[in-house]
Every structure is written in C-alpha cells, then in structure tokens.
Design a protein around this ligand. Structure first.
Ligand code: ATP
Ligand code: MG
Length: 553
C-alpha cells in the first residue's frame, strides 16, 4: 500500500530529519526501526510510533526495519511475534528487513569482550541487593564495587565462564565501567549482561547470558545502519548511555536517538505488561477483544487502518506527554466510515408489526441506495412484507413531549417505504407490548401523504427477509478516563462495557457479507461483521462507533 496515503503532519522530528537530510548527514539517508519487545500485542500507542517511524522514512525516501527486541526470554514468544507482524502489515506498512536483537547475540558478545579488553567493562560479583545499595540514590552518589578493579584477564575469564554456563543466575554480572558518582543513575556502571538460564524462543539453550536493553538497543541500531532512532520520553535519561556505548565500540554507522511524547489515550491502558493481565486474567475475551486498545482489538472492533493512521496524524508528535480524548479517535473512525461504509437496515431490539392492510403473501421490492451521496456504490433491493420489525424504542405507548416516532393511533414513515398507522397495540399478560397492528397508506411509497404531515421516519426489516443476529455494543473498558490513577487499575474496570442484543434482526444483505465488512445501520450506528464469531446462519456484529459523539463520552 501507499505508505504516504496519510501524509505525516509537520512535527519537530520531521523538521530535524529534514535538516539532517539537507545537510547531507548520514549521506542523506533516513533509516528508522520499530523495535517492539515480543512480550504482548501492539496497542494504539505503538501505532503512533509505527506511523512516525515508517511515515517519516518513507517521506524522505528511506526505509524502516521491524526489529524484535527479544532479550528477555521469559516473557517473549512466537505468538507475539506473529501478532506484531500481522498488526504492522494490517496498519499498511512494509518493513525493509525483519530483524531480531537475538540475531546479533554473537556480535554483541564480541563487542562485550572488546569493552572488557579496553577496560570499559568488568564482571561484578556483588549480590543484586548489594548492587542496589552501592548504586546510591538521586541525592547520594554511588560507591565503587570492590570488583571494579579486577584485571582484564580475570574479567575475560569470568565472562567466558558466565557464557559457558558455569555460574548460577545472579552470581556475576557484566557492568559497563562509567562513573558511580554520575548525576544520571543510568550511568552508574549499568549492567550490560546478566546470567539467565532460560530457553529463548529463537536461540533455544545456546545462551546462558543475555544482554540488557540499553546495551543491545544502540548496537542493534548501529548494526542495521539505522540513522534516526526514535523512542518515547522515558528513554531520554538513557541517551547518554546509548551514546557512551557507541563511542566505546565505534561502529561504522552512528545512529542518533531522539525522544518524543508517548500517546496516552482516555479510558485506555497502554502498556503490554498490563494488557497481558487483562487478556490472560479473563477480564476480556483475549488480546483481540473489541474493547481492548490493542491493534488486534481495534481491528476486530471495526476500526480501519486508514482511520488509525489518520488519528496518529491528527494527534501529532511533540516532546510532551498528553492525555488524548477518546473522541479524537472516534472522530477519525466515524469520518472514514461515514464516507466509505455502505448503509443497511437492522433492528437491535425488535418489535413486531403486522401491516393488516397488506395480503398474507405480499412481497414488494423497493430499491435502497447503498450510500446517500455515493451513487457508484449502487442500490440493493429489500422486500416490504406484511410482517416487519421496528426498533422497540421507536414506539411509545405514552409518548413524552416531542416524540416524533410511532404512537397508538399515530403515523410514521418506514424509511424508503410506506407511511403506516398504529391501529392496535397487542400486550402480553405482563402488559409488555408484543406486537403492533398497523395499516398502510398505499399512496405514500416515495411520496408525501395528501393533506397531512408525517414527521417521523423509522427503520425496519422484513420479518421474512431478515436474519436473527447477535449485536454487541461496547462502552469503555474502564469507567474513568485515567484508570492508572486507581491504585489497582483492575478496580476501574467498567462492569457494563458490553451490551448484548441477542435477538437483533439484520437485513439479509448483512448476513451474506464477509467477515470484517463494515456498515452503517441507518439511525443506529456503524457496525462490523465479527471476524472470529460471525457466520451466515448466525451473524455476529460489533458496534464500531455510534453515529454521533455521545454527550457523556
Ligand atoms: P511494555 O509495557 O512491555 O514496556 P511497551 O508498550 O512499552 O511495552 P515496547 O515494546 O517497549 O512496548 O515498545 C516498542 C516501541 O513502541 C518503543 O519504541 C516505544 O517507545 C514505542 N511505544 C510504546 N508505547 C508507546 C506509546 N504509548 N506511545 C508511543 N510510542 C510508544
Ligand atoms: Mg516499554
């Protein structure tokens, strides 16, 4: 697909890169990477990073790698890698190379040996607790480990034996030798290799030691020839370490790190390690539950790739961290669907009507446009029959003031069909309305009635031609815009985030539509055919968004 379809908006990173290109820095090349850890599914925050990385590289004729930052074998898996690849592709982006930090384990180890030989790294044998104590605090400088002065020979020997699996986890650790008194705690001799006996999903049991993030990331960038390493603000204090490692190793390629504000979105939690609790704790129907802020969840919810890219372009990229309103995302989705989704008729909570003035086997076809202002999308036929369904909420026995829909003895127009009058209300023993017996005015098909005004227009489906469906309408997963402000974010879960309409009726054109088809159900909202659960016999639909922004949202 065209990666520039959604033009990246101007932002400080783009301006910086524009200057670099103009100045001939990195020989004018713009090479970026998107580097998720495969420890969960991607979320909408990642979409921001993806759009930025792929968007800006494409704009300047460069390229982007998808790199799995897979240095933490306990939490990572192939399932997550597959999901991440699927989501990046679905968003519409193509990576140049698919890379893994684990591809570089040999090289990273050789670099570590180089650091030791230079006297820029040493094996420490303090316990984890001692290391924490020696590190000091924001107000207190750290203290040198007694092992800091080990000879190069001893360090090389220990490092090799760590690699060979001769020691237990936690017995030794390889640290960069920088400055224990640095005002930046990240520079107080950070760990660069730890002993870990876990099996890795790609390298199996080959390694007994694994490199840490800060050491791995900058070198992976350099190995791949990345020019601009874009990451979120929490890495700002890590930049001096990023640069220190590169300076020590002095690779041919010199990537530069720039930080931007992460996306925070109302009513959402954007962190894989918390989302895993929701997905695996049974709080939702897995990672792709339509209420999840994951790309997979949003896809199942019916959001389009174009609308997510549009959202990312609208929110822009700044140095600040802001909480974006949920309605911004919904507006992007709604605008896209209003333009592109075909119209259909569906009744979520059906009330039967019988048009007594039509014969038993009446079947009259009417043509409805698939889109009110896109003629090229054509029309479809629907049958008017004696038995129909309307929305229960479109009838009131005791109507409030200004109620313009159907009332006892009143008239209403069935959209694109006749004006009908409610002659009789049928109740069950509990006083619940079970059926309306109506008459139609045969002169009102596509015409206004003579001598009177009928204001209300309601939607309908034919009883014979519609299909019973399950429709799911969603509210926010959390009941407050900032669920992380709760001591335990699980306490902020909204108990009524899913409303089920299990007796809905949809016109037969919806039942035959393939999974992921999106429609506007006229007067109801935008809906998508569920990609996991729907079948022609039993369609399952998810509400994508309401027709209009709700006042409470
Ligand atoms: P975890 O909770 O496991 O740390 P994460 O959501 O931070 O997960 P990473 O795999 O660490 O995900 O991030 C991959 C890339 O996406 C990084 O470059 C990171 O800066 C970026 N990223 C993560 N969260 C956001 C966000 N909310 N907004 C923008 N970019 C993000
Ligand atoms: Mg992270």
């Amino acid at each position: 697909m065209n990666q520039e379809a959604t033009a990246p908006a101007a932002n400080f990173i783009r301006s910086m890169i524009e200057k670099d290109v103009a100045a001939g820095k990195h020989e004018g090349l713009v090479a970026t990477r998107f580097p998720p850890e495969p420890n969960g599914y991607l979320h909408i925050g990642h979409a921001k990073s993806i759009c930025l990385n792929f968007g800006v590289a494409a704009e300047f004729g460069g390229w982007t790698n998808l790199r799995f930052d897979d240095t933490n074998p306990d939490k990572e898996s192939e399932e997550y890698m597959e999901a991440i690849k699927r989501d990046v592709s679905w968003l519409g982006f193509e990576w140049k190379s698919l890379c893994n930090a684990s591809d570089y384990f040999d090289q990273l180890y050789d670099y570590a040996v180089l650091l030791v030989k230079k006297g820029a790294a040493y094996v420490d044998s303090l316990s984890a607790e001692e290391i924490r104590e020696y590190r000091g605090s924001l107000t207190k400088p750290g203290v040198d480990s007694p092992y800091r002065t080990r000879s190069v020979e001893e360090n090389l020997d220990l490092l090799e034996r760590m690699k060979n699996g001769e020691f237990a986890e936690g017995e030794h650790i390889l640290r960069a030798k920088i400055d224990m008194a640095s005002s930046n705690i990240n520079m107080r001799d950070p760990a660069i290799y730890r002993i870990k006996k876990s099996s890795h999903h790609r390298t199996g049991n080959q390694w007994n030691i694994y490199p840490l993030y800060d050491y791995t990331h900058c070198l992976s960038d350099a190995i791949e020839g990345i020019t601009h390493s874009l990451c979120t603000l929490e890495f700002e204090d890590h930049r001096p370490l990023y640069n220190w490692v590169l300076k020590q190793i002095d690779p041919a390629s010199k990537p530069e790190q720039t930080e931007f504000g992460p996306l925070n979105l109302e009513y959402c939690i954007l962190s894989k390690r918390r989302l895993v609790q929701l997905a695996e704790g049974g709080f939702v129907d897995g990672w792709d539950d339509p209420r999840m802020p994951t790309i997979a969840g949003m896809r199942r919810r019916g959001f389009t790739p174009a609308s997510i890219r549009d959202f990312c372009s609208r929110i822009g990229v700044t140095k600040n961290e802001a909480l974006i309103e949920w309605s911004v995302l919904e507006n992007s989705v709604r605008e896209d669907l209003n333009r592109n989704a075909e119209r259909r008729l569906a009744v979520l909570d059906p009330l039967k009507i019988t048009i007594t003035t039509l014969p038993e086997n009446h079947r009259e076809l009417v043509n409805l446009p698939n889109h009110p202002n896109r003629e090229e999308l054509g029309t479809r036929e629907l049958a008017i029959t004696r038995e129909m369904y309307i929305e229960r909420a479109d009838f009131e026995q005791e109507p409030p003031p200004k109620f313009k829909r159907l009332v006892p003895g009143g008239e209403v127009r069935l959209r694109s069909a006749y004006v009908i009058r409610c002659d009789e209300v049928v109740l069950d023993d509990d006083g619940k309305v079970t059926e309306l017996r109506c008459s139609h005015d045969p002169d009102t098909l596509g015409r206004k009635p003579e001598g009177r005004k009928v204001k209300g227009v309601i939607h309908w489906v034919s009883a014979a031609d519609s299909v019973a469906a399950e429709v799911r309408v969603y509210d926010h997963l959390f009941n407050r815009p900032d669920p992380m402000a709760e001591e335990n974010f699980l306490d902020a879960l909204n108990p009524s985030s899913l409303q089920l309409y299990s007796n809905a009726r949809v016109e037969h054109h919806v039942a035959s539509a393939p999974a992921e088809s999106r429609f506007q159900f006229e007067r109801v909202g935008y809906f998508v055919v569920d990609m996991n659960l729907s079948s022609a016999e039993r369609p399952v639909l998810n509400q994508v968004v309401a027709l209009r922004e709700s006042k409470t949202a």
